[in-house]
Design a binder for this molecule. Structure first.
Ligand code: SF4
Length: 166
C-alpha cells in the first residue's frame, strides 16, 4: 500500500486558513461534480493530469513538516476519489499518526443517506479516531459563517462541521 502512487491536485503543503492552527493540506480531491460558481479551485479546473506521489512520500512529508499537527483532506471533492482517499486515511493511521484529520467536502450530510458509495465510505471513516468533516459546498452570494470547532470563517453560511469520531 505504501508504494501505491496517487494523484493529488498539487503537492501537499502547510496552510493557515483551513483550521485555527497550521495544518497540512493533502489535496486528494482531483475532480468535483458540483461546479460551483467561483469554485475555490478554479485555477485547476481545466487541468487533465496531476502530480503523483506515493502514499509513503505523502506521509514522510507530513512527518518532516515542522509546523502542522493537523491533516486536512481537501482539493476538489475527496469523496469523489474515495478509493485513494480511504487508502490514504488508513495508511496514515496504520503508520501511527493519530492527529486530527479534517475532511472538506461539498456534500451535505443528507447526501450520504441516499448514495451507497458515500454511505459506505462514511461508515469506513467511523473506524478511525479523531475525524471531523466540514460539510457543504460553497454557494456564491451567501454570507461567511464562523465555525467554532475549526476556529475559522467558512466561505458560505450553509457550511458546518461534524465531529465523526474522537
Ligand atoms: S464543492 Fe468546492 S471544489 Fe467542488 S466545485 Fe464547489 S467550490 Fe469547487
Amino acid at each position: 500500500m505504501e508504494n501505491k502512487k496517487i494523484q493529488l491536485l498539487e503537492k501537499p503543503t502547510t496552510v493557515l486558513n483551513y483550521y485555527k492552527e497550521p495544518s497540512f493540506l493533502i489535496p486528494i480531491g482531483i475532480s468535483c461534480s458540483w461546479k460551483c460558481e467561483n469554485c475555490i479551485n478554479k485555477e485547476h479546473m481545466f487541468e487533465y493530469s496531476y502530480p503523483e506521489f506515493t502514499i509513503k512520500e505523502i506521509i514522510s512529508q507530513y512527518y518532516e513538516n515542522i509546523l502542522a499537527n493537523t491533516i486536512i483532506m481537501a482539493g476538489f471533492e475527496p469523496f469523489d476519489n474515495y478509493v485513494n482517499f480511504m487508502n490514504l486515511v488508513e495508511a496514515i493511521r496504520v503508520s501511527g499518526i493519530n492527529d486530527m484529520i479534517i475532511i472538506y467536502t461539498g456534500y451535505d450530510i443528507i447526501d450520504f443517506r441516499s448514495n451507497f458509495l458515500l454511505l459506505n465510505t462514511f461508515q469506513e471513516l467511523t473506524h478511525f479516531d479523531n475525524i471531523i468533516i466540514k460539510f457543504g459546498r460553497y454557494i456564491e452570494g451567501l454570507e461567511k459563517v464562523w465555525n467554532e470547532e475549526l476556529g475559522i470563517w467558512l466561505a458560505s453560511e450553509n457550511q458546518y462541521t461534524v465531529r465523526i469520531t474522537r
